[in-house]
Write a new protein. Sequence first.
Length: 191
Amino acid sequence: MRIGVLAVQGAFAEHEQMLRALGAECFEIRQQADLDGQMDGLVLPGGESTVMGKLLRELGLLLPLRERIESGLPVLATCAGLILLAEHIDGEEGSHLGTLPVTVKRNAYGRQLGSFYTEAEIKHIGTMPMHFIRAPYVETVENGVEVLAEVDGRIVAVRYQNQLALSFHPEVSGDTSVHRYFLNMCERTEK
Ligand code: GLN
């Protein structure tokens, strides 16, 4: 199992650590040439979505990654990663990868309440710790998107076909259940 982790900015190292602990091989995606080898899954980490989106464009990674996702490559996206995937971003023109039919709201919890911790249930995965760091949430979902978790009535985890996207940061919690679920998605689609 070989997982590509987008490593142009943000919290990618924590994902790699967790995936390696679960026995997966990881490689970092920083330029087009990194996409040449086998890739069974893709992680889009947290960070700053505007910076990551700009770098994806400048590095020529946006289109090839979009193509891979559209042709079924399993993706795990957290926080800014969710914003990169979203088809619509509330209050902004345009999107980045735009493969996930949802509308997200950035920095949705306001400046003061931007970061908090809770525990909640994710469908198919179980109850888990959730660290929110200046997090977005999902405002609306289109047909076919499965809502996996809500916190205080707001959608914080969704799955759409090969795309698993979360508002929070499972990689900082020490709980590996999201990453295990994701590796299982990758195994099922491995050719
Ligand atoms: N606030 C960031 C953004 O809008 C996301 C924060 C995060 O990834 N922890 O891109």
